[in-house]
Design a protein around this ligand. Structure first.
Ligand SMILES: [Cu+2]
Length: 175
């Protein structure tokens, strides 16, 4: 078999269907592109952005302890279970390798959860619903939360924070 020169024009012109598909893909891409920033404003997926500086960790610790002393309703594995007033400010302290305390919240009530770390960065991951926030040293991160379903939720640290990282599992009880 001899080697033949290929045809000069080997491609075929677009057919009507092909043109239509390309146009549809382009339109869909443009619509998604425009919708991205729109969704930032109308979507409910954005994390809250209220933060404060924690200049004195001991003061934050005192707020946590004050809440624990006032609203403690039980204990689990040495960690107090706290049932704060609906609508109130709730303080959660992250430290290697513990979430403190365990919160017991009421369904359909809103709480302002203040997250702060006493040492390194920790990740506040509510499982199994997979909502993720961060607990940072020197920052008070306020998550305004209204639980919509009852049950036990686990708080899994999802920022590697040292040897005991995998043991850093807290809990949130929604009644
Ligand atoms: Cu961790």
């Amino acid at each position: 078999m001899a080697i033949k020169e290929p045809e000069r024009i080997w491609w075929k012109p677009y057919t009507r269907d092909e043109r239509l598909w390309v146009a549809m893909a382009l339109l869909w891409m443009m619509a998604s592109f425009v919708f991205m920033p729109v969704y930032h404003f109308i979507g409910a997926q954005n994390p809250p952005s209220e933060t404060y500086r924690v200049r004195d960790k001991e003061k934050f610790r005192a707020l946590v302890d004050g809440m624990v002393n006032k609203y403690k309703v039980g204990e689990e594995k040495g960690i107090p279970i706290v049932k704060p007033e609906p609508g109130s400010d709730v303080f959660v302290q992250a430290s290697m390798w513990q979430w403190y305390p365990i919160l017991q919240l009421e369904k359909a009530k809103t709480y302002r959860i203040h997250l702060a770390s006493m040492d390194v960065t920790h990740g506040f991951s509510i499982q199994p619903i997979n909502m993720n926030f961060m607990a940072l040293p020197d920052y008070d991160y306020v998550v305004t939360l209204t639980p919509t379903t009852s049950g036990d939720y686990y708080i899994v640290c999802n920022e590697f924070c040292g040897l005991g990282h995998h043991l850093m599992v807290g809990k949130m009880i929604i009644k």
